[in-house]
Design a protein around this ligand. Structure first.
Ligand SMILES: *[C@@H]1O[C@H](CO)[C@@H](O)[C@H](O)[C@H]1NC(C)=O
Ligand SMILES: *[C@@H]1O[C@H](CO)[C@@H](O)[C@H](O)[C@H]1NC(C)=O
Length: 378
């Protein structure tokens, strides 16, 4: 009941936004632009609006306002995807153009939002040189560093990052905090989209918020790779409402349109072995016993082999094996635990590392879905 109400509300809001967008396209550049598939890009978020030739020196943008709808600082390049002179390859999954941020360079844009609301930005981001590149995303007072050293997919990665709006106009900034020997080395940014999130609440039947990962960030058009949720995401501002992304590496948000997910429209894929965990803090009653149930499987994305998901709740733990044939199988598992405090953290990670059978450059792993926690009654 509660969920269906939420879904209706979300549908209503989307419809309303759809109508507003058609006015926006012709009026204010502060309004967000709309893609045919209901993906909201920031104005010139796909970087397909060409800079004036006078603002471009080869690939380098010259002048603070050289990039339409954005303000730039430092060495920023306007590039076209594909093979580059010098043997590099720039993956641009959306359209043709993207931005490369040189040493300490940034691009920013002010957008209109709803104060208090939670948003997820989705964008293409990849490192370009074989170096330890970091992308800093900020919407003051929030800011986060995305480590780009690991390339999860050789065709380019898509990330989501969440923020809670404090005012009705906020400034979104992408910044390369690094200093490399080659000033042109730096991350590639493409297709910046935004989505308002509706954080689900726990229900009487389940203490877990957003238990099936149904509420999450936008996916981008033409990216069949899912969306990476970067490490060190707090539950209050996570792009996957309710869930914390722990450790050093990302977790992948996948949808039923491009992957096999056990239930509903979305799930998460644990792509980075023990280096990445997904967790949630539940309200519990000390000394009470609970039953944690969850589903694991494979995304039907060529990820084969012996998999194992480890789950933790309070002081209890279980390791569940899953033999993946890469055909989209799944199974459920459970863990009985006793709460030792008023808050209990549940955590999941993959014991092993996996890569796709026909593509050793792409990380993959077991899928997690439909997490439930219920108290055990006597
Ligand atoms: C998506 O891919 C199709 C086919 O390759 C292409 O025609 C289309 O322009 C792409 N769309 C975007 C937004 O990149
Ligand atoms: C926990 O729930 C699962 C699935 O409903 C069930 O099979 C299992 O027996 C339950 N465990 C306990 C201890 O109640």
């Amino acid at each position: 009941m509660f969920f269906s109400l939420k879904k209706n509300e979300a549908f209503f809001v989307e419809t309303l936004l759809f109508i507003i967008a058609h006015f926006c396209i012709f009026s204010s550049f502060l309004c967000l632009t709309l893609d045919s598939t209901l993906i909201w890009y920031l104005p010139n978020g796909d970087f397909e609006e060409l800079p004036k030739p006078t603002n471009l020196k080869k690939t380098v943008l010259v002048g603070k306002h050289a990039l339409p709808k954005w303000e730039i600082n430092g060495f920023v390049e306007f590039i076209a995807g594909g093979p580059q002179p010098g043997g590099m390859f720039f993956p641009v999954s959306h359209g043709v153009h993207a931005i490369r941020l040189g040493n300490e360079a940034s691009i920013s844009q002010a957008i209109t939002v709803k104060p208090g609301a939670l948003y997820a930005l989705t964008f293409g981001a990849s490192r370009t040189c074989a170096q330890d590149e970091v992308l800093r995303v900020s919407v003051p007072p929030q800011s986060g560093d995305l480590p780009l050293q690991t390339l999860y997919d050789i065709n380019g990665d898509t990330y989501a990052w969440g923020f809670r709006a404090k005012t009705n106009i906020v400034t979104v900034t992408f910044h390369n905090p690094g200093v490399q020997e080659d000033p042109a080395c730096g991350p590639l940014i493409d297709a910046v989209a935004i989505k308002e999130l509706y954080p689900p609440m726990p229900t009487r039947d389940n203490l877990v918020k957003n238990p099936g990962f149904e509420e999450g960030p936008h996916r981008l058009v033409n990216t069949t790779n899912g969306v990476l949720l970067p490490p060190r995401q707090e539950d209050l501002t996570s792009p996957l409402p309710g869930w914390i992304i722990e450790s050093l590496k990302a977790v992948k948000f996948i949808d039923a349109k491009h992957f096999n997910v056990p239930y509903g429209h979305a799930a998460v894929e644990l792509v980075a072995g023990r280096e990445s965990a997904i967790a949630q803090i539940l309200r519990t009653v000390p000394n009470k016993e609970y039953n944690l149930t969850f589903t694991i499987g494979d995304a039907k994305n060529g990820c084969h082999g012996s998999m194992r998901v480890e789950a933790f709740a309070g002081k209890d733990t279980v390791a569940v094996p899953f033999e993946s044939k890469g055909k989209g199988g799944f199974k459920s598992a459970s863990l009985k635990f006793k709460a030792i405090a008023a808050r209990t953290r549940i955590t999941f990670f993959s014991t092993f590392y996996h890569t796709k059978i026909n593509d050793f450059g792409s990380l993959c792993g077991p899928v997690l879905d439909e997490v439930r926690v219920l108290s055990i009654r006597f």
